[in-house]
Design a protein around this ligand. Structure first.
Ligand SMILES: [Zn+2]
Ligand SMILES: [Zn+2]
Length: 382
């Protein structure tokens, strides 16, 4: 073992000790976020608790970045060196609270940032904890990208709780479409000929979508629901509205499908990119996972793939989005059982392990900036 490796090992031990000491504080905030779910762009309490913690540990906090009140950038720096960002998600699901476990993401990234920043005197550079609201359908990270928040970031990292511990993660490109049909109301029995039925328009479009589904490429998904279907059985429905998600493995094919759906529905759309795994970051993270005692499983590409706005970040800077298991394989995401796992001792253990492995990966990058160059070479190639 070289001297450099030996000292990096000591720094990683220091990270581990630091996260263990921070754990009660991190866990308390995780439990508060879990018990007080706030949906997209309304995450005021979560942001308050997280930024208070980061300030206490020496970070300068800029709140409301990119014109987004519940987004923040917390910064600590020393000298010149790479900029490592840990991304903190904290939004809940409408109607289901923290059924996606973002309370664990929030605190793992904050903990990783604090632990890594504690080494800045030995490893010069800049550590950011970026508070990214509205992952669940709101595209918060897309706003932050447009606001220039990632311009000086060299590597962006986070973890997501899951049923498996996996270094690579596949996420589909997705477009969130809102549609509405407007017709004309009339008495359904007295004056049916005067009405224009917005529900019939929806039914036709819905059937069109069902027919399109048969011709789609592998892995593409098209699903949605009707929010408003009318107001009374004796009134011709004047207005219908709903939402559809269009997903595909590559952005280009997703856009093709979106166009087809637009031909069926007149819809407004918000797109999220597919996730590009940076192999350089992934390999470093894998070593660090083993260091904290976890053995990741080999992922099957696209199996049970969802979507995330981290995909958009991964198109802008080298990015890492591994998963750590907090529940058994039969537990579906976005469920009551996953909500419980997100508040369980196993969930908080995963949070602490993730914080350690993320901070250690940051330490690798600060200690040897040529690794960042390698990550960027790979990023530019893909
Ligand atoms: Zn989710
Ligand atoms: Zn999630």
């Amino acid at each position: 073992m070289s001297v450099a490796q030996a000292s990096t090992g000591q720094l990683k031990d220091a990270i581990s000790t630091r996260i263990d000491a921070l754990r009660p504080e991190l866990e308390r905030i995780g439990r508060d976020i879990h018990a007080n779910p706030e949906i997209a762009y309304e995450e005021k309490q979560a942001v308050g608790w997280l930024t208070e913690l980061l300030k206490k540990h020496g970070f300068g906090v800029e709140l409301g970045v990119a014109n987004t009140p519940t987004a923040f950038v917390a910064t600590r720096r020393n000298g010149t060196g790479p900029t490592i960002a840990f991304l903190s998600e904290y939004d809940a699901l409408r109607g289901l609270g923290h059924g996606c476990g973002h309370n664990l993401i929030a605190t793992a990234s904050a903990g990783a940032g604090i632990a890594l920043a504690g080494l800045l005197d030995r490893l010069p550079g800049r550590v950011l904890v970026i508070g990214t609201p509205a992952e669940e359908g709101g595209g918060g990270k897309i706003r932050l990208i447009r606001g220039g928040i990632f311009q000086e970031v060299d590597a962006a990292m986070m973890f997501h709780p899951d049923t498996r511990t996996q270094v690579l993660h596949w996420a589909l490109a997705v477009t969130h479409m809102h549609f509405e049909f407007t017709g004309r109301a009339a008495h359904a029995s007295g004056d049916p000929e005067k009405g224009i039925n917005a529900l019939d328009a929806f039914v036709l479009a819905y059937n069109g979508i069902s027919l399109l589904r048969q011709q789609m490429k592998d892995g593409a998904r098209l699903h949605g629901f009707l929010k408003e279907g009318g107001t009374a059985p004796n009134i011709i429905p004047e207005r219908t509205s709903g939402e559809f998600l269009v997903r595909a493995r590559e952005q280009a094919y997703m856009e093709e499908l979106v166009q087809k759906v637009k031909n069926i529905f007149q819809a407004a759309a918000l797109a999220t990119a597919d996730l590009r795994n940076n192999e350089v970051l992934a390999r470093l993270f894998e070593e660090n996972l083993r260091r904290v005692g976890l053995a990741p499983v080999e992922g099957v590409p696209w199996e049970n793939a969802g979507s995330t706005d981290m995909g958009n970040v991964s198109h802008v800077v080298p990015a890492l989005h591994p998963t750590l298991a907090i529940a058994s394989d039969n537990v579906p995401g976005h469920s009551q059982a996953f909500l419980e796992a997100s508040g369980s001792p196993r969930g908080y253990q995963a949070m602490a392990d993730a914080a350690k492995a993320l901070a250690m990966t940051g330490a690798d990058l600060l200690a040897d900036p040529s690794l960042i160059e390698q990550a960027k070479v790979e990023f530019r190639r893909t």
